[in-house]
Ligand binder design. Structure first.
Ligand SMILES: Nc1ncnc2c1ncn2[C@@H]1O[C@H](COP(=O)(O)OP(=O)(O)O)[C@@H](O)[C@H]1O
Ligand SMILES: [Mg+2]
Length: 339
């Protein structure tokens, strides 16, 4: 069940030297604010996903240092070494070097950060980013389609900023936006359906009542042809505004609680239980779709949850490797590292 065995860091954010053993199913890291807890999870995430969840390499590199190094040893004895020399980053796995973490070496991760608690009522762009990250983990093709879409969208928007632009100028970009945009919609709707199949059951397991919840896609669920028509119909408006008004970059996700928009109708506790449910579903779906058990990283969220929800969290993830950070020791847990 455990995947990560050991973490060794050099010049990684505030850590000049840092070592951690993760031999037990749950690893608890305790430390004051600013002591470097999130940075440890960032390093683990980097080794499992190939990319940080919060910053770029120049920010990670310890101030005044000229390199950072992160070595993550896995249970299967494999070592992932990440080096950054101030300009270039490289991954090394079993002696093989590469600029990116190879796909076969990636592991799914369920990351739970304090900000996630406010997902229901946060901005559409925050929610889009959240689900994009999840869907990229579920299927590599999602990330590929999304990044091709974003490139085409940027080109289209650049043209729209010009004084004069014709329908012909935009055509090839329209075709690309429609092609990749429709694929992204298809995958978003498909993944949401999977999430929604489980959502109410898992929520009721936490709340122990008859409430129901789901997540609704807010956007046009169109195929490629209709996507293209929408772009073409909006030509004049887009020219006046200087940007693309139709498309997946403006879509959103709405949490629904007892058939009403949760934001504004569900209570604080109900919102938290919905997010908890979503996290449990993420772990299940990632395991099903990727075929590898995700590592669960819980970053300083205990202070945000009451005891009942803390217990649910630990209980529901008991079959996964958990690496937890906190400022205070949650009840009945043993500390593995004190910062
Ligand atoms: N590149 C860096 N070099 C040195 N210190 C850094 C760097 N990046 C962040 N820090 C500092 O590291 C400290 C720890 O950050 P963090 O891991 O977020 O701590 P925690 O999660 O325990 O609150 C912060 O005080 C931050 O200012
Ligand atoms: Mg932190």
């Amino acid at each position: 069940m455990n995947i990560v065995k050991k973490v060794s860091l050099k010049n990684f954010r505030c850590h000049e030297e840092f070592d951690l053993d993760c031999n037990r199913p749950t690893t608890l890291i305790i430390g004051e604010n600013g002591s470097g807890k999130t940075s440890v999870l960032e390093a683990i995430y980097l080794a499992l996903r190939g990319k940080s969840f919060k910053g770029v390499d120049k920010e990670i590199l310890k101030r005044e240092a000229d390199f950072y190094r992160a070595e993550i040893e896995l249970m299967d004895a494999q070592k992932i070494i990440i080096r950054f020399d101030g300009r270039k980053k490289e991954f090394e796995i079993d002696g093989k070097k590469s600029l990116r973490l190879p796909k076969k070496n990636r592991y799914p991760v369920v990351l739970f950060e304090p900000d996630d608690i406010y997902l229901v009522g946060s901005s559409p762009s925050r929610r889009r980013d959240y689900f994009d990250e999840l869907f990229k983990q579920i299927n590599e093709n999602y990330g590929a389609a999304l990044s091709k879409y974003n490139k085409a969208l940027r080109q289209r928007n650049d043209l729209l900023k010009n004084e004069i632009v014709s329908r012909d100028d935009l055509f090839s970009w329209n075709v690309m936006c429609a092609n990749y945009g429709a694929e992204v919609i298809r995958r978003r709707v498909h993944n949401l359906k999977k999430i929604n199949e489980k959502m109410t059951d898992i929520y009721r397991n936490i709340a122990k009542n008859g409430d129901e919840c789901s997540i609704k896609y807010i956007g046009a669920e169109v195929d490629e042809n209709d996507y293209l028509k929408n772009l073409e119909n909006n030509f004049e408006r887009d020219c006046v505004l200087g940007y693309t008004t139709f498309g997946i970059h403006r879509d959103d996700y709405e949490f629904i609680f007892n058939k009403k928009k949760a934001d504004g109708s569900a209570s604080r506790g109900e919102n938290r239980s919905m997010i908890l449910s979503l996290k449990f579903i993420e772990a299940q779906i990632l395991e099903q779709e990727v075929g590898k058990k995700p590592v669960v990283l819980l970053d300083d969220i205990f202070s945000e949850l009451d005891e009942m929800r803390q217990r649910h969290l630990i209980d529901n993830f008991k079959n996964y490797q958990m690496i937890i950070t906190s400022t205070a020791v949650p009840s009945e847990m043993r500390v593995d590292k004190k910062l």
